[in-house]
Every structure is written in structure tokens, then in C-alpha cells.
Write a protein that binds this ligand. Sequence first.
Ligand SMILES: C[S@@+](CC[C@H](N)C(=O)[O-])C[C@H]1O[C@@H](n2cnc3c(N)ncnc32)[C@H](O)[C@@H]1O
Length: 424
Amino acid sequence: MTESNASSPELAEGDIVELTVGEVAHGGIFVARHSSGRVVFVSDALPGERVRAQVTEIKKRHARAETLQVLEASPERLEHVWAEADVSRDPAERPGGAEFGHTSVAFGRELKRRVLADALSRFGGVEPDFEVVGLGDDDATRGCGWRTRVTLHVDEAGRVGPFAARSHDVVRVGSLPLAYADIDELAQQIIAKGHRGPGRIDFVAPADSEVRMRARVKGTSTRKPELLTERVGEREFTVSEDGFWQVHRLAAATLYEAVREAIDPEHFDAEAQHYDLFGGVGLLAAAVAELAGADARVESVEAAAVATELALRNLSEWSGATAKTGRVDRYLQGVLEGGADALAASRAGTVVLDPPRSGARADVIEPLVVLGPQQIIYVACDPVALGRDTGLLRERGYELTRLRSYDLFPNTHHVEAVATFLRA
Ligand SMILES: C[S@@+](CC[C@H](N)C(=O)[O-])C[C@H]1O[C@@H](n2cnc3c(N)ncnc32)[C@H](O)[C@@H]1O
């Protein structure tokens, strides 16, 4: 480890450098420029700070570094919400998953707003006015106690804990402040005892019952996943313990409402054929069906067969609601090969699109725009993927007319957006 000479033209891994920190970038990191001219992405910093940081990676065009010491702190800096993730700890021992825990939840939302706005402008060519809305009492709790799903890892030695940030090394922690309190309590008992490994332990706190814990050691699960009940208002959804469900205890209800509000009523034909693509267990299909009424025709499309079966069950009150297992891109190709009546019903419909982090991409956007629904409600968990897909949709005749954003993951860099696109 060497102190880098400020006038040195080159940086090397392990160098310790002083950096003035600039804007936030995607992924919970901040942009700095070293005196050599190289861009350095530094973690655990804030805009405007001066930090001492260690270079961890050198790439062709940039470097990565981790803050070791804050020399001049931002007025937005707070004591880290997770003691073990604080800059005072060795970076190799800091758990990942709370990249914005060293500022307030409100300033974390502002950082996320900047990242989303930049991605939409840069890749999508749009500059909508929006803020990132917080959930429930997250400001009052400093964004603690919201995670109803937590995964811990077990190493060869039987040590249990989260992975260190940007690594697959298990670190020991004395608390999981972002987790639901009951998960934290059970997890601490397991951390203290250790567990057979290597593997992972998944904790789930469903709406209606006690915390479940399920371990996978050397790739083999200790038991079958159970079916759980989750609630959104008065509505119940059956989900598999190991299947997708929103993590924040208020997220499913927030997105359910957000999708209903995002649907432009002037472009909503209740009798048309609607779709919930990447539908999971049918959460957002239910939101569309509730708007369309008792005779709603909505099809949920999802790659995981177990989730499709559960979607059928969760949507059973609407006789016109269906669920299909398949890859969305291939499914859309199939719809395009259907009869003229089916195509006309779909063209009059609304499509909800809720892809994983990688986004919908051209494979899905291309057949979707050929299908040409009246409106597309895009639920996005990755700002850059949304920016790119916005660019594709705009090139092919859709315009972004409304954008809302929600802080479903306080203290992390993740941000959710719900965008309405209308056929121009
Ligand atoms: C972000 S989740 C959304 C689930 C659901 N909309 C919800 O809010 O509960 C994305 C879902 O897409 C599914 N998925 C991922 N890739 C897929 C693909 N190529 N085709 C169909 N489903 C896919 C995943 O299994 C997951 O259930």
C-alpha cells in the first residue's frame, strides 16, 4: 500500500489517494477525478466531500476506490445507520446493502432522484419533473425495519452474515437494522450459533404469520418452500416463500396504487385485452383488473411456472383473467401471430411491464411496439435500464407522459419508477 504522489500520472491498485468528490453515479458510488486525470468511482462518500480513499480496481478508463477517512465532511453526512458499515471500519469488513446509510433517508432520495433524472436524460432524451417519494414512517425510523426478505450467507467455516460490499466474503454483524425486527432477532441467533455451510439462509416475514427461515447448504435446501399469504389492502396474494415478492413491507401496496394512478383513464378501454408482463404472482394484473371491472380481460405473463399457478389463484375473482408461463419476448411474438380480432383487442389495451433489473430491452420492446397497445405502464427498478428502454420506446412512437418514483429501498441506492407511455 503506497501513498500516491498527487503529481503521479498513473494510479495503481492499493494506492491511497486524496479525492474531492463530485456527483453521485448509478450503483451508489460517487464520481471523483484524480490529479492524473483518471475518473475514480468512490464509495461511502458524498458530493462535495474531501476523502482519503484506497484504490481497489483499475480499469481501462476509470478506477474504483473505497473511502478510508473523511477529511472534509458534507453537511448531509450522518453517523451510519448500520454501525458495521461505517467508514471507520476496514472496507473489507463493511457489509453491503446500505450504500446511502451515511446520510438521511431524505438526502438518499435526492441522490436517487439525480441518478434517475440523469439516466432518463442521457439515455431516454427526456427531462420529466419528479421527486422520489418516501414510504410510511421511513423518515422517522431513518429507513430501518422495512425489509421483509433478507438473505445471509454461510462460508466454509460456518460463519453466517451478509457479504461485504462488492465481495463474496461473509462478514459478522451485530445487527441488521434494515430488516424487519423479527427477522433481525432470529438472524442474530443464527449468526451467534453459526450454520453448516457453505450456502445461504433466506428469511421471510410474511404479512400474516411468523418469520420463516430456509437454508440452502451446498446447493440443497433443507425443506420445500412454503406458500405464504401477503396482503395489499383487503386483497390477499398467495406467494411462494422462495418466489418474487416486493421486499419493503409497504412496497406491494404502493406499487398497486401507483400502477392504478399511472393508467391514463382517457386511454383506458375497460373491455380491451390487457397484459401484465413479468407478472410474478399477479400483483399488478390485479391492479389493472380492479380498474377494468368484473369482466376484466388481463393476462399475466411470467417465466416461473410456480408463480403463474399462483397468479391464476390470485386472479380467480376475474373470469377473464389468465396467466401464462413463458419468456415475455417469445410470448409477444406468439401474440403477434394471433388472429386479427385478438390483435385489435390487444391494441386497445394497457400493458404493464415490470422487468427485472436488466430491463425489457429490444427483445421485448420491438414486438411490444408492433403490438401497439394504447398505453404502457413501465414499472422499473433500474434507472439506466428505464432510460435505455425509454429511448427505444420513443424511437418507436411512444411518448413518456407521466413519471413517479418511490423509495422502496431506503438506505440503499435502489430506486423504483412508474412511467406512463402513450402511443403517439
Ligand atoms: C420485478 S419482478 C415483478 C413481479 C411482479 N410484477 C410483482 O410486482 O410482484 C420480475 C418478474 O419477471 C420474471 N421474469 C424475469 N425474466 C423474465 C422473462 N424473460 N420472461 C418472463 N418473466 C421473467 C421474474 O421471475 C419475476 O417474477
